[in-house]
Write a protein that binds this ligand. Structure first.
Ligand SMILES: NC(=O)C1=CN([C@@H]2O[C@H](COP(=O)(O)OP(=O)(O)OC[C@H]3O[C@@H](n4cnc5c(N)ncnc54)[C@H](OP(=O)(O)O)[C@@H]3O)[C@@H](O)[C@H]2O)C=CC1
Ligand SMILES: O=C(O)CCCC(=O)O
Length: 485
């Protein structure tokens, strides 16, 4: 952390009600650098009691925060945005150290994370109500949008900053305070955001960060009637448990869960553009992104050409190594379990007849590095067909007809992101409409931005984040029936 320009951004504590605190028990969690395995920090392991205190602080802060004008809240979010961009390099460095993604990609995530602050600063001022003609001559119907109340957020390690700001910026813009549990592997990006929140003028109690025990913190959030909204990004299993637990207090819930993204390449596609999109969609964050392509479905007439071009591009563009090193484009995987899952999917595909074209093994330097891998001849019996690999494996399946491609693409419990490449306008509409996914990239491999509604269908989740729709998740609708005599 010695290399940070602003050393105060390294804050290995929890942030509750404007105070930097340790766990009541004194227990800590070790945070390591996935590139080296070295321990880089110890943060408090907060539990149920501390979480209840944070919820109470947030609840106490709610009336004053929600009573501020939208413009006042927007000004604070804008200041926070500016501070994030001023400290982009330091925040990126912290992220690379705890998460592993290459420095340039980490700085890119900081800009992406900050963009939610700016977006929701603007949206805060556009929370409109409605008037509706009354059912009786002397009645008027007025619809108000009001903040839902205290929000409990649980976020993953793969996007340590943006998964927080995508939730927090919308919540704060709507007038809701938030209590956040960041992933245990990446708490430092979260606490650095809290340092900047304080500097931006976010009042105490409005933004709280508690690294710690997932079970205890989530339990406190779902069992407290003060928490009116739960928002989660992570695995489908945990999301489903949270949803069941949130039922106890009928809490509103948004879930952004796993995916199994298909990337369809039709014979009429621009193959070079498809390969460029494939690289971006598959290898961002070493394949550890819920919208990463999991299955390449390529029409039989172009499958060999596509694979050759993809292999050449992977050889040219993908450099594996420590994300702090200049020129590295694929960092380490987050932990040994992730490497194991990747190895298991690759071996399973090879055992079941897949043709290994590139990679297929951990990097010779060992540790958590895995070589970007390309396997042609993938089939529906392979694990990669039905499970999210969450790693740098490009598995290529063949299809003959549009109908077959759609059947294969939709043959999954998930429905987060899908991509396809085609230059036939009729096909573009037909395929876009029939894909059972919340987001579809058409001749485009990078679909995430603050203006767009991010989210999935089926086992990939509920609700949307980003865009004007993301603000709705933090608002309640109240109807006033006025008798005017
Ligand atoms: N949609 C997405 O973006 C993501 C999908 N995934 C998928 O999930 C797989 C497993 O990754 P993993 O990190 O284990 O994902 P998890 O769902 O376990 O972790 C995400 C967040 O949930 C927390 N959490 C863990 N257990 C519970 C619980 N019982 N109740 C409430 N919160 C909990 C974690 O805390 P803690 O860190 O303390 O365990 C973390 O903050 C990946 O391989 C990938 O397939 C993973 C991350 C993001
Ligand atoms: O993997 C995730 O859950 C976050 C996706 C990052 C993004 O593209 O917004």
């Amino acid at each position: 952390m010695d290399n940070l320009k602003d050393k105060a951004l390294f804050r290995p504590f929890a942030f509750i009600d404007g105070n930097w605190v340790a766990a009541d028990s004194g227990e800590q969690i070790e945070v390591d650098n996935p590139a080296t395995g070295e321990t880089i920090a110890r943060v408090p392991r907060m539990g149920e009691k501390e979480t209840l205190r944070a919820i109470e602080a947030a609840h106490a802060a709610f009336p004053a925060w929600s009573a501020r004008t939208a413009l006042e809240r927007a000004d604070i979010l804008n200041r926070w945005y500016e501070l994030m961009m001023e400290h982009q390099e330091d925040l990126g460095r912290l992220m690379t150290l705890e998460q592993g993604k290459p420095k340039k990609e980490a700085e890119g995530e900081i800009a992406y994370a900050a963009s939610f602050m700016r977006w929701y600063a603007e949206e805060a001022r556009r929370v409109y109500g409605d008037t509706i003609p009354g059912a009786k001559g002397n009645q008027r119907i007025v619809v108000l949008k009001q903040p839902v109340g205290v929000v409990g957020a649980i976020t993953p390690w793969n996007f340590p900053s943006s998964m927080i700001t995508r939730k927090a910026a919308a919540a704060l813009a709507a007038g809701c305070p938030i209590v956040i549990k960041p992933a245990s592997q990446t708490p430092l990006s979260a606490t650095a955001l809290a340092v900047l929140a304080e500097r931006a003028g976010v009042p105490r109690g409005v933004f709280n960060v508690l690294p710690g025990s997932a079970g205890e913190i989530a339990g406190a959030m779902t069992s407290s009637p003060m928490v009116r909204k739960i928002t989660f990004t992570g695995s489908t299993g945990v999301g489903s448990t949270l949803m069941a637990n949130a039922a106890e207090n009928i809490q509103k819930i948004s879930l952004e869960l796993g995916g199994n993204a298909p990337f369809i390449v039709f014979e009429d596609a621009d193959l070079d553009a498809a390969v460029e999109g494939a690289l971006a969609s598959k290898f961002r964050n070493a394949g550890q992104t819920c919208v990463c392509t999991n299955r390449f479905l390529v029409q039989s007439g172009v499958i060999n050409a596509f694979c050759e071009k993809l292999a050449a591009a992977m050889n040219r563009e993908l450099v594996v190594g420590d994300g702090m090193k200049e020129g590295v484009t694929v960092g380490p995987m987050i932990d040994e379990n992730a490497v194991e899952k990747m190895s298991e999917h690759v071996q399973d595909a090879i055992d079941k007849g897949g043709e290994l074209m590139l990679g297929g093994q951990p990097h010779s330097k060992g540790g958590r590095f895995y070589m970007p891998t390309l396997i042609n001849g993938a089939t529906s019996e392979m694990k990669v067909a039905s499970e999210e690999t969450f790693g740098p494996l490009a598995a290529v399946f063949s299809f003959d007809t549009e109908d077959e491609a759609l059947t294969m693409a939709n043959d999954t419990e998930y429905g987060l992101a899908a991509y396809f490449y085609s230059r036939d306008i009729g096909r573009v509409w037909r395929v876009a409409e029939r894909l059972e996914y919340g987001m579809v990239g058409i001749n485009e491999g990078l679909i995430s931005n603050a203006a767009a509604p991010f989210g999935g269908v089926k086992a990939s989740g509920l609700g949307r984040e980003g865009s004007k729709y993301g603000l709705e998740e933090y608002l309640e609708t109240k109807y006033l029936c006025m008798n005017i005599g």
